[in-house]
Design a binder for this molecule. Structure first.
Ligand code: C2E
Ligand code: MG
Ligand code: MG
Length: 712
């Protein structure tokens, strides 16, 4: 019945009434075929499809009832509805006709409007039935072809139909699962069962518009699979649910693997850990360990090279770990089983089981550290990665999986706090220090919001004339209860947390503003300069140049009065990018200095080719140089080296007059240190500058007096 024109078969031996009816029906748009007797009709329906048969009961030779009977052997009423045409008095025949499968009847003399109404009804019923059958077929095809399992729960009989796919998803054959609700509910993970049942109940009670649940179901192989189950209830006319049917999708892969690296994710890792702990309760000799790995300064990579490179690094990192662990499994005398997972971000965890002893865990950690020392080549960048590793051992056997992971995390935290790139094994004493550090994190965020950071300044003095020529800005944290906190205590943490950016910007802006103000109050031939320290991630930040430019523009300080201090390690981390960055900064007209020179590692050839203006000799060479000839020699060498490269030299950490004097003799241009002045706040710096005598009378001794008075 694909065409809109319905095909009617009119079976009547009365030529006159037949003709009359067929003409009128044709005028209504029906296609009418006439059969003058039952045999012809039977022949026709065997050959051609008809939508409705109009059948006169009273016919010679082959009665209408006979034809009806034969028709029904071949077609169901829904396939070929038959409307009987009878005389009014033949009610018993009508009953008989219905028994034989007649669909309806009309009486003679035929009322045309009645017969067309009945034809329309039969056609509508037939179409509805066909539609239903089609959609059922479509549904069955969908069920058979779908990757999802289907379930259909008849709430009246209590039986559930489970599709084959539903069963195979859990490892069962078609005939291995019955139709009782327990077949389902008993397989749901005990921790999830109540919530699944509650969700179904909520939907059946009409509290939820649909049922949807993610839960674990027991597989025949003993594992649990994660499934997503969705369903809708069918309600009767009173709104009472009589049936609930829906789907079940296996979401195990999405649930247990990390989409970026393809490694197991946190959920799977915790599952595995719980399972090992359970086993360890039974087998006391079982030795296993959790390793918690965190990439040091991963944020710097993300911030400076972008998330794409960051992601690629994580993938390559995961692969390197995996390869190294496999190799370890293969070569170790004792089998080492492992599960490597990505917890999120740059955090990875490994559980090592079947270890021969606890020292084995540290050996594996050391091997990983070594393997990770090789650089990664990503998107044209050479990346050197270091990791901090925390190790927690299952020593007491009383821990939960969460606790064990937290212990490994704490140990990792301590590894970071103790200078990164290290391995630490968890001990209970670590908890207190980890707590303290966590508190520090919270407070740092608050400090930033409340503007608790403040610039202090230390004098930089010309050793030859004793004249103050510049200041170094040294940040202080004015903590509401702890008082002044020194940068060594919070800069590394701030850097790790990604808070150094905003701190650095405010230090820079304040420094420019303060120095401009001092220049205006104490004008001199050579205007005062200010040196500002940069942190690693600030230096790697793509917007550093704009930030510096903005600070200068906003305050109006001359670029030549601003000096930025970088360290050798910042430059050597990525020499080529550093060169580009230094040139861009230099193009702003500012000065560049290498801080803590001598403590890091740098190459002379690089140094020569970089646009730096000065070296700052680290205080560790200056302190004790009177007694230690080696220190003095190193200092002298650095001064010579700097001059050969056309650079100026500043000596840090000058604490005595003797140091100051010998540095002056070595030709070191500038000095900085407690002997000259301790770092002080902006107000105290004004006093120092105000007390500075006219140039002609200046001597370093004068300043040392002031330093001694003001330095605290
Ligand atoms: P730095 O840049 O090498 O600064 C010199 C440090 O030596 C300062 O410590 C200073 O107070 C100290 N010092 C100065 N003279 C003497 C002396 O005669 N004897 C001794 N023993 N020490 C002396 P401070 O202020 O605690 O800063 C420590 C480090 O923190 C700085 O070392 C610098 O690397 C970093 N820092 C300070 N302020 C900032 C900042 O605003 N941003 C960044 N990123 N780092 C900063
Ligand atoms: Mg410095
Ligand atoms: Mg320094």
């Amino acid at each position: 019945m694909t065409t809109t024109t319905a095909r009617l078969l009119l079976v009547d031996d009365n030529e006159y009434s037949c003709d009359f009816l067929s003409r009128r029906l044709q005028r209504q748009g029906y296609e009418v075929t006439i059969a003058a007797d039952g045999r012809v009709a039977l022949d026709l329906i065997n050959r051609e499809p008809f939508d409705v048969m109009l059948l006169d009961i009273e016919m010679p030779f082959f009665s209408g009832l006979d034809l009806l009977q034969q028709t029904r052997q071949r077609y169901k009423p829904s396939e070929l509805p038959v409307i009987m045409i009878t005389a009014q008095h033949e009610s018993s025949v009508v009953v008989q006709a219905f028994d034989l499968g007649a669909s309806d009847y009309v009486t003679k003399p035929i009322d045309f409007s009645v017969v067309t109404a009945r034809i329309r009804t039969q056609l509508a019923l037939k179409r509805a039935e066909e539609g239903r059958r089609e959609s059922e077929e479509r549904y069955m095809l969908a069920v058979a072809g779908s990757k999802d399992g289907i379930w259909d729960w008849n709430l009246q009989t209590g039986e559930i139909f489970f599709s084959d796919r539903w069963k195979s998803m859990l490892g069962y054959e078609e005939n291995e699962v019955g139709s009782a609700p327990d077949e389902w509910f008993n397989r749901i993970h005990p921790e999830d069962r109540t919530h699944v049942q509650a969700a179904i109940a909520a939907h059946l009670q009409g509290l939820d518009p649909h049922f949807e649940s993610e839960h674990r179901v027991h597989h025949r192989d003993g594992s649990y699979r994660w499934v997503l189950s969705r369903a809708l209830a069918v309600r009767d006319s009173e709104g009472k649910p009589c049936r609930i049917a829906g789907s079940q999708t296996d979401i195990t892969t999405a649930k247990v693997t990390d989409p970026l690296t393809g490694l197991p994710n946190r959920a799977l890792f915790m599952d595995r850990l719980s399972w090992l702990l359970e086993r360890a309760k039974r087998h006391k000799e079982l030795v296993f360990a959790v390793l918690f790995l965190d990439i040091d300064r991963f944020k710097v990579v993300n911030d400076s090279l972008g998330h794409l490179v960051g992601d690629q690094l994580l993938i390559a990192f995961a692969q390197r770990l995996q390869n190294c662990l496999r190799a370890t499994d293969a070569v170790s005398r004792f089998h080492v089983g492992h599960t490597l997972a990505r917890l999120g971000g740059d955090e990875f965890t490994i559980v090592l089981d079947e270890l021969s002893d606890h020292a084995g865990a540290v050996r594996v950690a050391e091997r990983l550290t070594r393997a990770l020392r090789e650089p990664f080549y990503i998107g044209g960048n050479e990346l050197h990665v270091r990791v901090s590793i925390g190790v927690a051992l299952n020593s007491t056997g009383s821990e939960t999986s969460e606790e064990l992971l937290a212990n490994a995390d704490t140990a990792m935290y301590c590894a970071k706090a103790h200078g990164r790139g290290r391995i630490e094994v968890f001990g209970p004493e670590m908890r207190a220090s980890a707590m303290a550090r966590m508190q520090l994190e919270t407070e740092l965020r608050r400090a930033l919001e409340h503007g608790e950071f403040q610039n202090w300044y230390q004098l930089i003095v010309c050793l030859e004339t004793g004249q103050i020529c510049g200041l170094e800005a040294l940040v202080r944290w004015n903590h509401p209860t702890r008082g002044l906190v020194h940068p060594k205590e919070f800069i590394p943490v701030a850097e790790e947390l990604g808070l150094i950016g905003p701190i650095g910007i405010s230090v820079l802006r304040d420094a420019c503003r303060d120095i401009l103000c001092l220049q205006q109050i104490y004008p001199s031939e050579k205007p005062l300069t200010v040196s500002v320290n940069l942190s690693c991630s600030q230096f790697a930040h793509p917007e550093l140049v704009q930030q510096v430019e903005r600070a200068l523009a906003e305050t109006g300080l001359l670029p030549s009065c601003l000096k930025l201090e970088i360290t050798e390690s910042m430059v050597m981390a990525d020499p080529e990018s550093a060169r580009t960055m230094l040139h861009k900064l230099k193009a702003l007209g500012i000065k560049l200095e290498v801080d803590d020179f001598g403590t890091g590692y740098s190459s002379l050839s690089y140094l020569r080719s970089y646009p730096v203006d000065a070296l700052k000799i680290d205080g560790s060479f200056v302190s004790g140089m009177e007694q230690d000839t080696q220190k003095a020699e190193i200092t002298r060498t650095i001064v010579g080296l700097a001059h050969n490269l056309g650079l100026e030299v500043i000596a840090e950490g000058i604490e005595t007059e003797a140091q100051s004097a010998s540095l002056k003799l070595m030709g070191c241009e500038y000095g900085q240190g407690y002997y000259l002045s301790k770092p002080v706040d902006a107000a105290a710096i004004r006093d120092l500058l105000a007390a500075q005598p006219p140039t002609s009378q200046r001597s370093s001794l004068d300043i040392s007096h002031r330093g001694a008075v003001l330095g605290n």
